[in-house]
Structure formats: structure tokens, C-alpha cells
Design a protein around this ligand. Sequence first.
Ligand code: HAM
Length: 417
Amino acid sequence: MKDILAADWLYYDSILHNAKKIFEFYNFQRIETPFIEKAELFTKGIGKKTGLIEKEMYLLRNKENNELLALRPEGTAPVMRAYLEGGMFNLPQPVKLYYFGPFFRHEKPQAGRYRQFYQLGAEIIGEDDAIIDVEIILISRGFLESLGFSKKNIYLLINSIGCPNCRHLYIKEIKKYYKNYSKQICSDCQRRLKENPLRVLDCKNEKCCLVKQEVPFILDYLCSDCRDHFKLVLEYLDYLNIPYILDKTLVRGLDYYTKTVFEFCLDGEENKTSLGGGGRYDNLAEVIGGLKKPAVGVAFGVERLMQEMIQAGKKFKTSTPKLFLVQIGEPAKRMSFKILEQFRKENIPLGENLGKESLRSQLKTADRLGAKYVLILGQQEALDSMIILKDMASGLQELIPLEKIIFEVKKRLEKTM
Ligand code: HAM
């Protein structure tokens, strides 16, 4: 877990700002769900036999009734719960929601993985048309481009994992294929093969990756409905000139997915961590709340976006005020609040250090902050309702009536713009 310091917030804010612009254009509305949910929501929704549920969920007990709660490890299941509990199925469908906030996973510490991290996620609930899958992909690409990543560096990996019916056939094939390799794969995969065979395709172990190379392609086992759906998705992508890589081992780590799954990477380097991913999850609403509502969504890791923005050379400057208020003596100190409030109402940033007494130390702070002008309010000026305006570069000082100071400052700031 890490602290988010002022310099980091510039990236977080910019990511949220760009997301807002594009998602709200496409009629998404913002939602925030609680950080703590009943653990059952995730075990049911994501699947008991996934790494996320087995190893990574932070659990706690409710003191009153001993109920098992969890720090939310992801946002899709909570958003779907909110959709169902909030009766959003009564609204015109589909309902489009986006979110930005912290999530918690008890991961092994490693580069790009945190135990508390931010996600920017978006979900479209209530529509099963393949064009909606492509809409979320198109918006995601637009969002990545708005952060400054170049079109040609954004890679889309895509696959279909079908529906429970056709996946059943594929899982039989996987088991058959892996029979010949049972000694070559890691102990985790040996267990996965018994408990949740699709997860073997997720394994990053070197030996398991070699075995994966010849694994049967799930697309050859899709039922006609899933095949037609995926064909349409690819046709729309072609029509929009969105490049993609068909990745037969892309299955995603969460059990709620059906049909289309995808991930976004930069550069397409092998083993590059994914910036974001998502897919269709047509059965989640039924599993959680007994209502059939098809849906599709995506989520991006904000820290990973930030890391890539830094690597791409994107820099933000912390803004420091061009003006600094220096006060000397008790009457001036008191009057400072009035002056600060006037400047705030005019939206002109004004630095200060009200706790300091001496002119020298306050001027030193102003200098360190890079202030262009300093306003000096001494005992006499406070009595005469005057203030000194000092140009830090030239050292020139002017005595100005307090009631005119905003006007005079604005004039000078306009000139320096
Ligand atoms: P996910 O792939 O588990 O999907 O997470 C989405 C993104 O969150 C990842 O691609 C990664 O960038 C970031 N992320 C995940 N874990 C960590 C971590 N420990 N530290 C830093 N970043 C991390 C989901 O969560 C799905 N709910 C996405 C979705 C939305 N599917 C449909 N709708």
C-alpha cells in the first residue's frame, strides 16, 4: 500500500478528468460503492476457485452478527449489486456507470502490484448486442489516447471464452490436452486442472507457458450463438480500424466472464503488465440477484496508467502562487485573513505563512516558492489601509491603497501571462 502524495494526485486527477470527459460524453454516470461489502458478493460473483477469492481477499468479521465482510477487491460485482438493489433495471436500458476509487488485494508484493490500488472502471448493464462490447473498447482506447498514449502503442488482446455450455466442451479438451503434461506443469496448475481448469491458461510460470503454446483454441469450441457474437465483435473492430491480437490464452482471472474478454497493453511486449481489462459478464446479475441482465465492462489500474504516463515523459508541474502575502505585527496578521478571503473570492492564488513574524523569513519562503510579487502589510500600512507591492525580480516597491490591490495585481498578472 502506498501514500498518494501531492505530485501523484496530479496524475490521478488528470486520469479522472479525462475519464469524466469521455465517459460522460457517452452518457455514463458516476457511481461509488462502499469499500466494504459482504464477502459472499465476491465469492458468489467472482468464483470461489479463483486466485482473487482464494488468496487475495481481505476479510473481516462484523462484530454484531459475525457476518463475513470483505474489502472490495474489484468493482464489477458491487456495481451490479447496486444496480439490482437500486432498481436501476427500471430505468431505460442499458444503464452506463463509471467509478474511480481504491480497491484491495492481498497480492504478493511485486512491481506494478499494490495491495491498495485505484481503478477507473466502467460498466454497461442491460444490453447483449455485440456492438456494446465494441463501444466499451472504443471508449477505452479513446480514454488511453486522451492520456497521451499514442494510437500505435496501444495493444488490444481479445478472446472469447464462450458461455457455460460451450466452455464445458472446451474444458474437457483442456483436461485431455494437459494429461500428457501433468508432470511438466507447476503444482498450482495441477490443482487448477482439478478445480477450475480454465485458470491454467492464466499461469505465468515459464514451464506452464511453454505447455500452453499448443493448447486447443477455445474459438473452435464455441456454440453458434457465442461464435456469431464474437464474429460480429471482430467485424465491428475491423470496421473501426481498431487493431487487435487474438490471444487464445486470454481467459481473465475472474469467473463471471462470458463471451468477449479483452485486455489493453502498451507496446505489446511479452509479459507486459496489462493496463486494464474487461469483458462481457452476462450471468453475473443472475448469480447475485436472480435477474437476467447481460453486461459488459472494463477497468484500468490507475497506478499503472500513471507509471506509463511518467515513462512516456508526461510531466505535471505543481502550481505555486505567483503572489505571496507578508505580514508584520499583530494588526497586519489579523487583517491578513480579510485580504486572503478577497483574493480567494477573486480566484487569485495568494501564498502566506501566517505563523511567521519576521520579514526576512517570510520573504525567504516567498522566494523559495518562486513568487513574482510580494504584498507586504506592516503595522503602519495596516493602520493606513495601504499595502506594499514588491516586484521580486526588480526589487521595485510601490505603496498601493488596499481597496485597489486586487485591480493592481490583476493588471500586472495579465501582463506576465
Ligand atoms: P482486473 O483485470 O482484475 O479486472 O483489474 C483491472 C486492472 O486493475 C488491471 O488490468 C490492472 O491494471 C489493475 N490492477 C489489478 N490488480 C492490481 C494491483 N494489485 N495493483 C495495481 N493494479 C492492479 C477487474 O477488476 C474487473 N472488475 C474489470 C472489469 C470491469 N470487467 C468487467 N468490468
